[in-house]
Design a protein around this ligand. Structure first.
Ligand SMILES: [Zn+2]
Length: 265
């Protein structure tokens, strides 16, 4: 919380940062009270936490209700991906080398459980779980070397995302390699380039639209739209909304895709 507050002062300026911090503290105090007094109806699959409400995710430009796990900091997509990775993708049985961009704290234990995977954490800044410091636009990694690439809510932070996607294509192992990728998408729109990293939108360079899958496929990737495959009961329990993500391979075949539906961050 202290580090986050310091970042807000640097990125937003004192006035906006103070207002934001007051909103966050007030919102979290209310949630903590509800979790003490009310019967639990929510559960985090990543860490086992139970309670009545998740914390709201509050930024200067937007808010996502019932989003952040009070114990492990998982967001909506982390909880959904945890279940999908374990039950559908069978992550614990995967073998080879995995490149994990900006490893999320809530999923770190799961990567450790995948004992047959050599996991390489990569980010542009030093943090827990990082093995390589690098810019996604120019990866210091051999071509055709990665069996699995995990890249979620990263491309919107990259200035030249088409360069980055071409790098993902280059390092992915041909035929057997799997790239799992997602970004925030505004459904019913085309990608809106801001021209700068907008500090009120978590430093994003753009808001992607329905054309994101086509942008992936421009690199030569075979793109398949996938969903978490959670039951309505699990969606309510984990506070998850159905959202698309993309499973990509390097096959040389023409790409297939569907129109994404639902906005996600
Ligand atoms: Zn949790």
């Amino acid at each position: 919380m202290f580090t986050w507050g310091r970042e807000q002062f640097r990125e937003q300026g004192a006035s906006s940062a103070i207002k934001l911090i007051i909103r966050v503290v007030w919102s979290r105090t209310k949630v903590q009270l509800a979790n003490k007094l009310l019967v639990p109806t929510k559960r985090c699959p990543c860490c086992g936490w139970t309670g009545r409400k998740f914390y709201d995710y509050i930024e200067v430009g937007y808010i996502v209700r019932n989003s952040v796990c009070p114990r492990c900091d998982s967001h909506v997509r982390h909880r959904a991906f945890y279940v999908w990775l374990v039950e559908k993708f069978q992550i614990r049985n995967k073998k080879g080398t995995a490149l994990v961009f900006a490893p999320e704290r809530a999923l770190l234990p799961l990567w450790e459980e995948a004992a047959q995977l050599k996991v390489i954490g990569i980010d542009i800044a030093s943090a827990r779980g990082i093995d390589i410091l690098a810019n996604l636009e120019k990866l210091p990694i051999a071509s055709d070397s990665m069996d699995l690439i995990w890249c979620h809510h990263v491309l919107e932070h990259v200035q030249h995302d088409r360069l980055a996607i071409r790098e993902l294509y280059r390092v992915l192992r041909e035929f057997s390699g799997e790239l799992i990728v997602s970004v925030p998408v505004e459904v019913g729109t085309s990608t809106d380039e801001y021209g700068f990293a907008d500090p009120t939108m978590s430093g994003h360079w753009r808001m992607y639209g329905d054309d994101f899958a086509e942008r992936l496929a421009e690199s030569g990737l075979t793109v398949e739209t996938r969903y978490y495959e959670l039951s309505p009961e699990d969606c309510r329990l984990f506070c998850v909304t159905p959202e698309p993500f993309f499973l990509c391979r390097k096959t040389g075949a023409s790409y297939k895709t569907e129109t994404a539906s639902g906005r996600h961050r």
